[in-house]
Ligand binder design. Structure first.
Ligand code: GLC
Ligand code: CA
Length: 566
């Protein structure tokens, strides 16, 4: 295996709009990130992934790009980006940008040209199709549904035809079959790398190819069934990625992490990101994001982690990538509910928060912390649909309401539990007004728990979750265990144990045993196979071991250095 710089990094994801507002207009910005770089360095991270800050009409908070090489006014200027890159370099922090290449904004000059006439030179930059006639009425070319609800096509009257858009109407999909599009995207990527950034998180990358335009199967009478297979992981995506790799990634030694979403199996993940696939450095998958009963409940307190399912997913990805590839390690991101509200405990927030952190950070791969995770931020207590900002949360509410029109409260609760607004509430810096995020009214509600959960409070208490994250990062990067934590083999244990997620990491001459209890009750674990050498990190001060039996307190988590008895 050839070692790469990112294998030894610890990443942090920033959602710029909600991170820190430097000029008091209520919107987080690039200078805000600049001002908090020291904070990130103190935590120990040395790689940041910044969600889109490009010029955009903000239909999807920046994922709808109007100009790939300019900054949205509310976020700052290109000069601010330069300043940020320079300061980050001084602090040893690498910067990865979000590369949105499946679509642009409908306000992008290419699209404005493209829709203007059928023979415009930019027409083929996007995917256009005539409508279908049914009973004398014109309808979409296929019945395909989109991720944000409704059809995957949108009608445009200028040329009386439909363009494809698997996200929102304002996000027309680029036509990757067109070599000019490929070249444009290659140029954009190169331009940013030449500007000094260190790589990309590549948005929605599994969707760059489309199946034949044949209707999807209809289930539950849905008018526009969302069939991922129609536009996910299709063969040509790999050709496009090999091209990007050859022309861009390989030339810069840059990091490329593809978002392959919920659609990619492990085999597909390997195709994208094994060491010899010559496509991506790694892929983000979401398999571990929904190992609870999120889809069935409306009450957040009724969420229950399915430990067996969760570790099955972790084990499978870890073991499949063992010698052939590298993985990012992340709990959740800006599209998922908050970690604490998903797998954490209401009764034991500190203990469960630390346990979740340890469980992830001890695996093999490159950890990514999502902003606010290090202080245990939680979901927002939505009480009204008007509080939603995110386009997909609004459509999810509509969807649930359509199913059960008499129960708007239930629709709200369902949409709220999964809402992408949860991770996007402003970062809670202090107990000051607006959580110290801004002195003006923020663009998005601050979680009312900010007086209890904030950075300032975490920093002042050595026993805080934040300090636990700092310790985990320090162990990974600067300790006698670093080599084992980074490169050691991962070996799953106790597959059928419903309470504990346990595994070994085996280095050259060290073995670490990682034990994480997901139970709110006392549990026990048999240690008779091991000689315990020492405790490396834990979330309770004392461990209770008697006659080789470890008695675990609620959500207890321990990393032992052990010797295996033969
Ligand atoms: C990705 C992003 C998400 C965005 C979508 C469309 O899934 O993570 O936030 O809405 O792509 O760009
Ligand atoms: Ca601002």
């Amino acid at each position: 295996m050839t070692k790469k710089w990112w294998m030894e990094s610890v990443g942090y994801q920033i959602y710029p709009k909600s991170f820190y507002d430097s000029n008091d207009d209520g919107i987080g910005d690039l200078n805000g990130i600049y001002q908090k770089l020291d904070y990130l360095a103190l935590l120990g991270v040395d790689l940041i992934w910044i969600c889109p800050f490009y010029d955009s009409p903000m239909d999807d908070n920046g994922y709808d790009v109007r100009n790939f090489f300019d900054v949205s006014k509310e976020f700052g200027t290109m000069e601010d980006v330069k300043k940020l890159i320079i300061r980050a370099k001084e602090l040893g922090i690498k910067i990865v940008l979000d590369f949105v290449l499946n679509h642009t904004s409908d306000e992008h000059p290419w699209f404005i040209e493209s829709k203007s006439s059928k023979d415009n030179p930019y027409r083929d930059y996007y995917i256009w199709h005539d409508g279908k006639e049914i009973d004398g009425k014109k309808v979409e070319p296929t019945n395909w549904g989109s991720f944000f609800g409704g059809s995957a096509w949108n009608y445009d009257e200028t040329t009386d035809s439909y363009y494809m858009k698997i996200f929102s109407n304002k996000m027309p999909d680029l036509n990757w079959k067109n070599e000019k599009v490929q070249q444009e995207m290659i140029n954009i990527a190169k331009k940013w790398l030449d500007y000094g950034i260190d790589g990309f998180r590549i948005d929605a990358v599994s969707h760059l190819d489309r199946d034949e335009f044949i209707d999807a199967k209809v289930y539950n009478n849905e008018k526009y069934p969302l069939d991922w297979n129609k536009f996910s992981n299709l063969p040509k995506v790999h050709d496009y990625l090999k091209l990007l790799n050859k022309e861009v990634f390989s030339k810069y030694e840059c990091l490329s992490i593809g978002e392959v979403g919920g659609a990619a199996s492990i085999d597909q993940g390997i195709k994208y990101a094994s060491f010899d696939s010559n496509e991506l450095s790694m892929v983000f998958n979401f398999d571990h994001n929904w190992c609870n009963n999120l889809h069935e409940v409306t009450n957040p307190k009724k969420l229950k982690t399915n430990v067996i399912a969760l570790k099955k997913v972790f084990n499978a990805w870890q073991e499949s990538f063992k010698d052939i590839g590298w993985l990012p390690l992340n709990w959740l991101n800006h599209d998922q509910p908050r970690l604490m509200s998903q797998y954490g405990s209401y009764k034991y927030p500190l203990e469960s928060g630390k346990m979740l952190a340890t469980a992830l950070h001890m695996m093999r791969g490159t950890p990514f912390i999502y902003q606010g995770e290090e202080i245990g931020m939680t979901n927002f207590p939505f009480e009204d649909v008007s509080q939603f900002n995110d386009i997909s949360s609004k459509s999810a509410y509509g969807y649930h309401l359509e199913k059960e029109p008499d129960d708007p409260v239930k629709a709200l609760k369902k949409a709220a539990l999964r809402s992408r607004d949860n991770p996007r509430t402003p970062m809670q810096w202090s107990k000051e007004t607006h959580a110290g995020f801004s002195t003006s009214n923020p663009w998005m509600f601050v979680n009312p728990n900010y007086k209890k959960i904030n950075v300032e409070k975490n920093l002042s208490n050595e026993n805080s979750l934040w300090h636990h994250y700092q310790k985990l990062i320090d162990l990974r990067k600067n300790s006698i265990y670093s080599d084992t934590i980074i490169y050691g083999d991962y070996e799953q244990l106790d597959r059928d144990d419903e309470n504990h997620y346990t595994y070994l990491r085996k280095g050259k001459n060290q073995t670490l045993l990682i034990i994480n209890s997901f139970s709110s009750k006392k549990t026990s674990y048999d240690l008779s196979k091991y000689n315990i050498v020492e405790v490396i990190i834990s979330n309770y001060k004392k461990q209770n071991i008697k006659d080789n039996i470890l008695t675990l307190k609620p959500f207890e988590s321990i990393v032992f250095k052990v010797e295996e008895k033969s």
